[in-house]
Design a protein around this ligand. Structure first.
Ligand SMILES: C[S@@+](CC[C@H](N)C(=O)[O-])C[C@H]1O[C@@H](n2cnc3c(N)ncnc32)[C@H](O)[C@@H]1O
Length: 163
C-alpha cells in the first residue's frame, strides 16, 4: 500500500523514488501518503515493473532497485510469473548504475533460495554478503511482513551489486 516507499522516501529526501504497482488502491494510497507528508521525491507508475524498466528507463539510470515481498508464486507452473527470474534480472541489472544495488526481501523460503540461485548465477552481479543479507535498516517493517512474522515465517534479504 506504499507505506514502505513513503517511509524510505521521507528518510532519504536527497534521492528520488519511483514506485511501480499494478494494484490501483496501492497507488492511490501512496499518492495520498506522499501528499499528506509533503514528499516531493516520490513518483508512482501504474503497470508492470519489468515493462517500465525495459521500455521507459534508460540503462544505468538507477542507484538501486527494491523488490520487497514480491508474490512468491509457489506452484511450479506459475514460476514464470515471478519477478525475479533470469530474463528479468538482465533488464533490472542493465538499468542499475555500476555499483548499484538490487535489494530483495521475501518471507518465502523457497523463493528466497530461487532468488539466491538466480542472482548468484548472473556473473555481472556480486553478492554484497555471503549468502543472505542481514535485515537492512533502510527497509521499513510493513503490515505484510509483520503478518508473516506473526505466522512464524522467516524473512530473507538479498543485496546484489552490479559490477
Ligand atoms: C505480496 S505484495 C507485497 C507488497 C509490498 N511490497 C509489501 O511488502 O507490503 C506484492 C505486490 O506486488 C505487486 N505486483 C505483482 N507483480 C507486479 C509487477 N509485475 N509489477 C508491479 N507490481 C507488481 C502486486 O500488485 C502486489 O501489490
Amino acid at each position: 500500500m506504499g507505506d514502505a516507499t513513503a517511509d524510505m522516501a521521507a528518510e532519504d529526501t536527497e534521492r528520488d523514488y519511483l514506485a511501480v504497482e499494478v494494484h490501483t488502491p496501492g497507488i492511490a494510497n501512496l499518492l495520498a501518503l506522499a501528499e499528506a507528508r509533503g514528499l516531493t521525491n516520490v513518483r508512482v507508475a501504474r503497470g508492470d515493473a519489468i515493462e517500465l524498466l525495459r521500455r521507459h528507463l534508460e540503462p544505468a539510470s538507477l542507484d538501486a532497485v527494491n523488490v520487497f515481498f514480491p508474490d512468491p508464486w509457489p506452484k511450479l507452473r506459475h514460476h514464470k510469473r515471478r519477478l525475479i527470474q533470469p530474463g528479468h534480472v538482465d533488464v533490472v541489472r542493465s538499468r542499475l548504475i555500476p555499483g548499484g544495488a538490487l535489494r530483495c526481501a521475501t518471507d518465502s523460503a523457497a523463493y528466497a533460495e530461487h532468488m539466491l540461485r538466480t542472482l548468484t548465477a548472473d556473473d555481472q552481479l556480486i553478492n554484497a554478503f555471503d549468502g543472505f543479507a542481514p535485515r537492512p535498516t533502510y527497509r521499513p517493517l510493513t503490515k505484510f511482513e509483520q503478518r508473516g512474522i506473526d505466522a512464524g515465517r522467516s524473512v530473507f534479504d538479498l543485496v546484489f551489486l552490479r559490477r
